[in-house]
Design a binder for this molecule. Structure first.
Ligand SMILES: C[S@@+](CC[C@H](N)C(=O)[O-])C[C@H]1O[C@@H](n2cnc3c(N)ncnc32)[C@H](O)[C@@H]1O
Length: 318
C-alpha cells in the first residue's frame, strides 16, 4: 500500500464531514484502518514518518476539533490518558465537552465509540464485576484501586449501589483526579492515597491485607522491568483467597494508528500471553486460580490471579 492512499482517504473523510454525508463513519473507518495497517506493518519508529506526513494534511484540523482527540493530543496534565479523557469515553453522565462544529460533534461520537473506547468501557465493567465478586466472597472486602483515575467503575458496581461495606483505597499519582474521587465518593468512605508505582516498588508505602487489587490503564504504560516486580509486590499484598486483576491493550487494535498519529498516544501493546507472562514472578504454588481473557472486540487482555487460601499448617502457625 502506498502512503498516498492515506491522502485520498483523508480527502474523502474531509469531504464527508463538510457535506454532513451519511458515509462519514464509513470513510472514517476506512481511514482509521489504513492508519492501523501502516502502523502494524512499519512498527512505531518507522511509522513516525507516516504520522508526521499525515499531520501536515488539512484533515488534522478536523481531527483536532474533536474534544476527545484534542485532549489526548494536548495532554493538559502532562500525560495522555488522564481521567478527564476517560470520562469522555465513559459517557455524557460524566463529561459532555462542547464541540465547535457539527462535524466535530459527529467525530466526537465516532471517536469515543472506537474499538479502544469500547474496550475501555468493557474494562470498567470488568472492574465493577470484580468488586461485586469480592463483596460476595468477603463481608467487608478491602480493595485497592491502583491508578484509579476517577474510579468510575463504582458507577457500574452493584455492591456499591446496594451500599455494601467496601473498604476502598483509591490510589493515583494525579492529585487532581484524586480530588474528583474525593468529591464524588469521599462521603462513601473511599480513602485516597496520593502515590505512584515508584513508591510501591521502593517500599515507601505499606500495602497489605487486600481482598482485591486491580489496575486498569496502567500496565500499558509500564515497561516489563517495572510491571513484573509490581505484580509480585501487589500479589504479596493480597489476603489468602484475594484476587489481583490487571489489563493491557493488545496489538493491532483498529484505532492504534489513529491513536499514534492524531492523539500522540503511545501505549505498550502486549499480546494476551505477554500480558499473562508479566505475572511470571508469582509462584504457581501461591495460586489457586489464574484466568486470561479478552473483550469481545479483542482490544484488551485481562489477567486475574487468585491467591491460594492459607494452608491449615499456616493457620496453626498463626
Ligand atoms: C488511563 S487512566 C485509567 C484510570 C482508571 N483506572 C480507569 O480505568 O478509568 C490512567 C491512570 O493511571 C494513573 N497513573 C499513570 N501512571 C501511574 C503511576 N506510575 N502510578 C500511579 N498512577 C499512575 C494516571 O494518573 C491515570 O489516572
Amino acid at each position: 500500500m502506498s502512503a498516498a492512499i492515506l491522502d485520498t482517504y483523508a480527502a474523502k473523510v474531509l469531504n464527508a464531514a463538510n457535506e454532513q454525508h451519511p458515509s462519514f463513519a464509513s470513510e472514517m473507518t476506512r481511514y482509521v484502518r489504513a492508519l492501523r495497517d501502516y502502523f502494524v506493518e512499519l512498527g512505531p519508529s518507522r511509522f513516525k514518518e507516516v504520522a508526521d506526513a499525515v499531520m501536515r494534511h488539512p484533515v488534522k484540523a478536523l481531527m483536532h476539533s474533536d474534544p476527545f482527540t484534542w485532549r489526548t493530543y494536548d495532554k493538559p496534565r502532562g500525560y495522555a490518558g488522564d481521567a478527564v479523557m476517560l470520562d469522555y469515553i465513559y459517557g455524557p453522565q460524566f463529561a459532555n465537552p462542547p464541540c465547535p462544529s457539527q462535524a466535530a460533534q459527529r467525530l466526537y461520537l465516532y471517536s469515543t465509540n472506537s474499538h479502544s473506547c469500547q474496550g475501555v468501557r468493557y474494562r470498567r465493567d470488568q472492574l465493577a464485576i470484580a468488586i461485586d465478586r469480592a463483596a460476595v466472597d468477603v463481608d467487608s472486602p478491602r480493595i485497592l484501586a491502583l491508578a484509579c483515575g476517577h474510579l468510575r467503575e463504582l458507577s457500574s458496581c452493584r455492591a456499591f449501589a446496594m451500599k455494601r461495606n467496601l473498604e476502598i483505597v483509591a490510589m493515583d499519582q494525579d492529585k487532581l483526579s484524586l480530588d474528583q474521587v474525593e468529591r464524588d465518593y469521599g462521603s462513601y468512605g473511599v480513602q485516597i492515597l496520593h502515590a505512584g508505582v515508584r513508591e510501591i516498588l521502593k517500599g515507601r508505602i505499606d500495602l497489605r491485607n487486600f481482598d482485591l487489587i486491580y489496575a486498569a490503564g496502567l500496565f500499558d504504560y509500564l515497561p516489563d522491568e517495572v510491571a513484573r516486580p509490581l505484580i509480585v509486590r501487589l500479589f504479596q499484598a493480597l489476603n489468602p483467597g484475594g484476587r489481583l486483576l490487571y489489563a493491557n491493550f493488545v496489538p493491532e487494535i483498529e484505532d492504534c494508528g489513529y491513536m499514534e498519529t492524531f492523539m500522540d498516544w503511545h501505549l505498550l501493546f502486549r499480546t494476551k500471553f505477554e500480558t499473562l507472562d508479566l505475572a511470571h514472578g508469582v509462584s504457581i504454588t501461591e495460586l489457586s486460580d489464574r484466568k486470561l481473557w479478552t473483550d469481545p472486540l479483542n482490544t484488551m487482555a485481562f489477567v486475574e490471579l487468585v491467591k491460594a487460601p492459607s494452608s491449615p499448617q499456616e493457620v496453626e502457625d498463626g
